[in-house]
Every structure is written in structure tokens, then in C-alpha cells.
Design a protein around this ligand. Structure first.
Ligand SMILES: Nc1ncnc2c1ncn2[C@@H]1O[C@H](COP(=O)(O)OP(=O)(O)OP(=O)(O)O)[C@@H](O)[C@H]1O
Length: 235
């Protein structure tokens, strides 16, 4: 499966943020999206997630047998850097509610505690209100529901920054598993994370996307990324 984006444009008032986005993302790879502050990474995610209307262009999925179909909101998971969870529910209530309303879409539902075990939420925290969860724990819950939903396209905005080193490593493993069935695009400012986890690095610069050529030497890639992003007339 592929996610194709063609001539996508988006502006806010006089500012053109996405000038001409053309790219093809493939299942089986984790893409690291890098760009300067304000380059338009979140805007691109919001457009793909259909939270923002685009000005022009198109994006769609292409199946293995070459059939094109629209990228529906049901096909997308979006993990936000600031986790959005219903704070008035306990972790268990939230998960139970999520499993119930998505019953049809979840291929192999597991008992609730198996999910908590999977992301290492302690037994004593499972019946606590989400408002009392730490940022990292909320992030794990958000990641968990996106993993369960098994979307065709998973967008992750700065996903690992609030997680402790052990959980971050566990999440990396989970993402490496998920890429087998999904298209994963991860935005980050942490170059080490991009180089370590991602199969391809894509730069958003001057409103266009470009792929960083794969190099055997990480140092060469690092230098390429920095010099490409430094060129930006950054405001
Ligand atoms: N709703 C909006 N209305 C007006 N301008 C906006 C809106 N959303 C984003 N922008 C502008 O679009 C540009 C791109 O913002 P965006 O948040 O997409 O960048 P980003 O690459 O995610 O940045 P960062 O790395 O700092 O999070 C910025 O100049 C921002 O001010």
C-alpha cells in the first residue's frame, strides 16, 4: 500500500505553508519528517487527517494491486504531541469505551488488562482518572488506542519525547512491528531518533518535501540534513 500526495497546497491568509507537496509513502517503512520550527509539519498532518481543508492537490491510497481509493478518516491514526485523552474517565473506562465503539474495526480484540500489560501501565494506575496520569502515561494511552485501531496510515507528531528511556525503546519496537502493516510518518526535531528509528528521512523545507538520500555513513546524512535545513530563509 502507498499513500500518494500530489500538488498539495495550503496557505493561511498571506502565508503559503505547503507550496507543492508531492510524495509517495510506502507501507513497510517508517518515515521521519524533519523541518525547522514553523515549516508546516503539523499543518501537513492536519491536512492529511482532514482537520484542515486543503487549497488544492490531492492525496489518496493505492493498494497492492494498484487500485486507488480515498484516504478516509477511518484509515488514519494521529498521535498528537500533546496527548488528548478524556481526563474525566479512568484508563480502564477509556479503553473499554474505545473498544466498544470500535468493535467492528478491531481485528483481534484482547482482554483490557492484556493491553495495559502490553504498554506497561501498572495495575494500580488502571482504575485511576486520566487527569492524574503523567504526560508520558497519557501519551502511552494515546499511542495504545492508535495501535489497537490498526490504521492504514499512522501520523505521529513528536511521539517519543515525553516517554522515559525504557518506554521510548519499547515504543520504538512497537512502531517497527506496526510498519509491516501500516504507513508510519513521524515528525520529530530529534535527529538521532530519526536516524535510529526511521527507514527514510523526508525534509519539509520551503513548502516542499524532499527525501534525504540514504548514506552508509550516518555523519554524512546528518551533515546533509543540517545543510539543507540551514538554507531555509527561516522566520
Ligand atoms: N490555523 C492557523 N492559522 C494561521 N497560521 C497558522 C495556522 N496553523 C499554522 N499556522 C502557521 O503555519 C506555519 C506552519 O506551522 P506548523 O505548526 O505546521 O509548523 P511545524 O513545522 O509543525 O512547526 P514546529 O516544528 O515549530 O511545531 C507557521 O507559520 C504557523 O504560524
Amino acid at each position: 500500500m502507498e499513500l500518494k500526495i500530489e500538488h498539495l497546497q495550503k496557505h493561511f491568509e498571506k502565508k503559503t505553508v505547503l507550496r507543492d507537496i508531492n510524495f509517495s509513502f510506502s507501507q513497510g517503512k517508517i518515515y521521519g519528517l524533519l523541518g525547522r520550527n514553523g515549516a508546516g509539519k503539523t499543518t501537513l498532518f492536519n491536512c492529511l487527517n482532514q482537520d484542515l481543508p486543503i487549497d488544492s492537490g490531492r492525496f489518496y491510497l493505492v493498494s497492492e494491486d494498484g487500485k486507488e481509493f480515498p484516504l478516509g478518516v477511518d484509515h488514519i491514526g494521529y498521535v498528537l504531541s500533546t496527548p488528548q485523552v478524556p481526563e474525566f474517565l479512568t484508563a480502564r473506562e477509556f479503553l473499554k469505551f474505545f473498544l466498544e465503539i470500535n468493535e467492528q474495526q478491531i481485528p483481534d480484540p484482547q482482554p483490557i488488562d492484556a493491553y495495559f500489560d502490553f504498554i506497561n501501565i501498572e495495575k494500580e494506575d488502571r482504575d485511576r482518572l486520566l487527569k492524574d496520569f503523567s504526560h508520558g502515561m497519557k501519551n502511552k494511552m494515546q499511542m495504545l488506542i492508535n495501535i489497537i485501531a490498526h490504521p492504514k496510515v499512522l501520523l505521529l507528531d513528536e511521539p517519543l519525547t515525553s516517554l522515559d528511556v525504557v518506554v521510548a525503546e519499547e515504543m520504538k519496537e512497537i512502531l517497527r512491528e506496526l510498519k509491516k502493516d501500516s504507513i508510519l510518518i513521524l515528525s520529530t526535531h530529534i535527529m538521532e531518533l530519526a536516524l535510529d528509528l526511521c527507514d527514510e528521512i523526508v525534509l519539509l523545507n520551503h513548502g516542499v518535501l524532499s527525501e534525504v538520500p540514504q548514506q552508509a555513513e550516518e555523519e554524512v546524512m546528518r551533515a546533509h540534513i543540517l545543510s539543507a535545513l540551514r538554507e531555509e530563509d527561516h522566520v
